[in-house]
Design a binder for this molecule. Structure first.
Ligand SMILES: Cc1ncc(COP(=O)(O)O)c(C=O)c1O
Length: 395
């Protein structure tokens, strides 16, 4: 056998989004791209904002000496300083470039953070439904993932968390706005979470890192204000990315920010820099770091995403689907009318609508759809949703 048992098992387990992608490719070949309504992928349809093109052009027309060379593994100090200034503004906590490490997207940042903090066998808590890669990333670095429930509004159950934390708990990962639900946690919730982690740290004499995956932080609707974890827990690590807010997922640029008053901060940042290097990322892409430096206040059109959310939410709700209205990101997580979410996803496929079963996110009985697609795809998907709603007497 050439590949490891662990990798083989994980390839089979965690492949729902990929499976949908492959089945979609077959449908598209059979019926033509325009006749398949693919809501399975979180790959933004929007182009990056014009300011990004402007920055790229500026860099190409005014090249800096050595701009494609190796650099310090933490990234360019100018870019880190720009990220720090923006975070200070957003959170009211004073950051410097020494609190920031540039990474290859949030995926790179999560792996760097987890490798830095985890000893073999230590536990990392997540809440279902969750971005399934968390399980693979924790496993990459010898940790053990523990999955806890959320309530009907997809908010983590704090009583379950209180009962689950042990001396072996090294970290809790949250993700708001959430993939797959689109839910944004309130300031009150983040405050209670921070309080609980502080209490448990005192009880066990340990440090519990709150890792906040903020890949979608800037895609937030209805004028909501984003509650920063930094105000509520000192052992906080934020992992962020420009994959979604600047629509640059292929360019692999993001960052880790650590609370400036986190205990052993310097050693932790040293660990991040070391792991960025030794995991083989070396550093976040040079050109992209330069390009995003001046774009810390720029975001793709959130109004456009909100319009898509409103369109799809109101139509699905009217058809009888049971779903929580998302407040951010670009996903919805309706209840499957069939207990077997895979069977329901197959029903939708008969109408050329592609979505992902909830079990792909640790929550069977639901399905995820992604509305970062063009309006024609969204509009085209409605007929299939309607037929399925009629078939299962939801109307
Ligand atoms: C919740 C969540 N975290 C992290 C990532 C990884 O993003 P990046 O492209 O920045 O690595 C994604 C990508 O879809 C995501 O949904």
């Amino acid at each position: 056998m050439s590949i490891s048992d662990n990798v083989r098992a994980r390839m089979v387990e965690g492949s729902w989004v990929r499976k949908m992608f492959e089945e979609g490719a077959v449908l598209k070949q059979r019926y033509g791209e325009d006749n398949v309504f693919d809501l399975s992928l979180g790959n933004p349809v929007m182009e990056p904002p014009p300011e990004f093109d402007h920055e790229l052009k500026r860099l190409v027309e005014n090249p800096l000496s050595g701009m494609h060379r190796y650099m310090a593994n933490a990234g360019y100090s100018e870019t880190r300083a720009a990220v720090a200034a923006q975070l200070s503004l957003e959170t009211g906590v004073e950051f410097t470039m020494n609190d920031i490490v540039m990474t290859c997207g949030a995926a790179g940042g999560l792996n760097v953070a987890l490798k830095t903090i985890l000893n073999r066998g230590e536990e990392v808590i997540v809440f279902a439904p969750y971005f399934m890669e968390f399980g693979n990333y924790v496993d990459n670095h010898g940790g053990v993932i523990e999955v806890l429930p959320t309530d009907e509004q997809f908010i983590p159950k704090l009583d379950a968390l209180e009962a689950a934390i042990t001396a072996k708990t090294k970290s809790v990962i949250i993700n708001s706005p959430n993939n797959p639900t689109g839910v944004v946690y309130s300031e009150d919730f983040v405050h209670q979470l921070g309080d609980l982690l502080g209490k448990k740290e005192s009880q066990y004499g340990t440090q519990i890192f709150l890792i906040s995956d903020e890949a979608y932080r800037k895609i937030i609707y209805d004028g909501l204000k984003y509650p920063p974890v930094f105000r509520h827990h000192r052992q906080s690590i934020v992992v962020a990315s420009h994959s979604k807010d600047l629509a640059l997922p292929g360019e692999r640029v993001g960052y880790i920010a650590i609370h400036p008053e986190c205990s052993e901060r310097e050693e932790l940042v040293g660990g991040f820099v070391f792991c960025n290097r030794t995991l083989g990322f070396v550093n976040a892409p040079a050109l992209m770091q330069r390009a995003v430096q001046n774009l810390q206040q720029v975001t793709v059109s959130v109004a456009e995403y909100q319009k898509k959310r409103d369109f799809l939410y109101s139509n699905l709700a009217e058809m009888g689907y049971s779903l929580v209205k998302p407040q951010g990101a670009f996903y919805m997580f309706p209840k499957s009318p069939l207990e077997d979410d895979v069977a329901f996803v197959k029903e939708l496929q008969q109408w050329n609508v592609l979505v992902v079963p909830g079990r792909g996110f640790g929550s069977p009985g639901y399905f995820r759809l992604s509305y970062c697609v063009n309006d024609r795809t969204l509009e085209g998907s409605l007929a299939g949703f309607k037929k399925a709603a009629q078939k299962f007497n939801m109307c």
